[in-house]
Write a protein that binds this ligand. Structure first.
Ligand code: SF4
Length: 310
């Protein structure tokens, strides 16, 4: 069995979860959270048991309550609504998502048309789009040919942070063919955590008949790991929320299994899967480590001061 590393929690997820835990500790339940704080069923269920209340939109949050914005970010309109309602807010948006928001706002201000490569239904993309809805068009990484421009000749691109690197670069090449003056963003938007997890899976997949990725179905970066495993040579790859979702039938004729997990997955869930595999004859674990991750983010400013968030 090959165990890919890095896997599991990234710095942005760690910070977002600690933010809700700290808010519960300091202000007491209920702490409302707009959308899933991170896309993992286990994490959301655990925080719910401890007093967090997950809502889809702010109109479900009672006046005067404390609400946390998730790691995926929110559009300026949501922040404005919270301000108008007098809600107390803590913003747990990952700083690497905030960076994309700032790029979007700056490029829109400078007069660029922005092609945002990403999945339109994903919360992160909704939030970034909200920075300049008149200037941004969302294009799926698999369908870059759908991008159009208003003919201004000033076109740039940005991307969702959790896309597959190869697919995104292919989409950019396609855009550049049709918009020769396409301006690149100052830095990559696909975050270090997505890139590292994808590269680690790319390294193990050619040696595996089967790759199992632990992650929830709505987790973009986890879904990408399954695609990357298949593209890198695994015969089969599956996403499971936890070990109980794995199917013994997948193991038929399999000599080597690869395992990884998405950036929102607690390591305990990987441990469960390793136990499940060990009980079925795959007890021998070889760790394949691409790199060590040391990045951490400080907590949101609202939790660094002793004042009640406003
Ligand atoms: Fe931030 Fe990347 Fe983690 Fe998303 S996957 S929370 S962008 S570090």
């Amino acid at each position: 069995m090959l165990l890919a590393a890095p896997r599991g929690y990234c710095a942005g997820v760690e910070r977002a979860i600690i933010t809700v835990e700290e808010a519960l500790k300091r202000f007491g339940p209920p702490v409302y959270v707009r959308k899933q704080i991170v896309h993992n069923t286990f994490v959301v269920d655990d925080l719910t048991r401890r007093g967090a209340v997950f809502v889809e939109e702010l109109d479900e949050v009672p006046d005067g309550s404390l609400v946390v914005f998730s790691a995926h970010g929110v559009s300026p309109a949501v922040k404005e609504e919270a301000g108008l309602r007098g809600l107390r807010t803590i913003d747990a948006t990952c700083p690497l998502v905030t960076k994309v928001h700032k790029e979007a706002a700056r490029m829109a201000e400078a007069g660029y048309e922005i092609v945002l490569i990403g999945h339109a239904e994903h919360e992160e993309v909704e939030g970034t789009l909200g920075e300049a809805p008149d200037r941004i068009q969302v294009v799926d990484p698999a369908r870059p040919q759908e991008a159009t421009t208003g003919g201004s000749g000033r076109v740039t691109w940005l991307s969702q942070t959790t896309l597959a690197v190869d697919e995104t670069m292919r989409a950019v090449a396609d855009l550049r063919e049709r918009f020769p003056g396409l301006v690149d963003p100052p830095s990559d938007d696909i975050c270090y955590a997505s890139q590292n997890r994808q590269e680690a899976v790319t390294r193990i997949a050619p040696r595996c008949e089967l790759v199992i990725v632990v992650g929830s179905a709505n987790s973009s970066n986890s879904q990408r790991l399954v695609e990357v495993a298949l593209n890198a040579g695994a015969d089969a790859a599956y996403l499971v929320d936890r070990a109980a979702d794995a199917d013994e039938g997948w193991l038929s004729g399999v000599e080597t299994v690869g395992v990884s997990s998405g950036a929102s997955v607690p390591e305990g869930l990987v441990g469960e899967l390793l136990d499940w595999l060990a009980a079925r004859g795959y007890a021998d674990v070889e760790s394949v480590t691409l790199t060590e991750e040391t990045l951490t983010f400080s907590l949101p400013p609202e939790l660094r001061s002793s004042r009640d968030p406003r």
